[in-house]
Design a protein. Sequence first.
Length: 267
Amino acid sequence: MTRPKPLVLVTNDDGIRCGFLTELVAALSGSFRVAVAAPAGERSWIGRAFSREAEVTATPAAVPGAETAWAIVGTPSDCVNIALNHLLDEPPDAVVSGINIGFNITMPLILSSGTVAGAIEGAAHGIRAAAFSLDLEHTDFERLRLNGGAADGAALVALRCAAARATALTATLLGQPAPERVVVHNYNFPARCTAATPVVRTGPADVRAGALFAPSGANAYRFRWSDGRVLPTSGDTDRDALHRGEISHTLLDFSRLGRLSDAEASR
C-alpha cells in the first residue's frame, strides 16, 4: 500500500489571492498534499490576534495546487485554529506560513507579523511549523504589496527560487521528530535568492522600535514604517544574514521564555 504524501497546511497574512502564496502552494504541491486556510484579504501587522468579538466565516476557495482551500474572514491565527479544529479531516504534518511580501526579521517585527503568528498557532497545537518571508528591493515592495503580490522580472525569479527552497526546507522539517515544545522556524530569503544561497542559523537583531505613526490631521495619525534603532549585537543576526545575501534561519523557541539560563540557575 502506497503511503500518502504528507499534508501541509498553508496560511499567510497577505491574503489568499496573494501571488506569493500561490507560488508557494505550486512549489509545495509537487512534494506534498496541500491545504490552504488564509485570510480573505490582507491582515498584515496584526500579530497573534484572534477575532474574539466577531463571527468568522470560512468559504471554500480555489487555489491551484491545493487539494482544498478556504478564504477566512479573520486573522492568520483564526485561519490556522479554525482549520486545525474544524475544517481539516486529518491533522497536517506541518503548518507553513508565507511567503510573506517583505522580510520578518528583528524581534519587534517578528512579534508584529501575522505570517509568523500563523506558524505560531500551528506550533501551539504541537505541529511542526515554519514561516517564510522574502526580502525585496525597495522599488519592488510597495508595488507588490499594492498589486497583490503579482511578481514579475527579477522579483518573480527570486520568489520562485524562495518557493523551491521553502519546499526543500519543509521536507527537512518533516524529517525531524514532532516538536515537544512551541517552536517556529522563521526563514527569511534575500532579494536575490538562488538555488545556491546558503542557509545560516541566526538570532533576531536587537532593535529598539521607533515611531510607527505620523500625524495625518487633527488628532489623527497614520501608519508609517520606521527601521527603529539597531543596537550593537554579538553573534550572527537575521539582519546580518540578509545584508550578506544569505537565507536567515531563526529558531523561535517560545517554551524557553522566562526560563533561567544554566548560569542563573547555578547562582
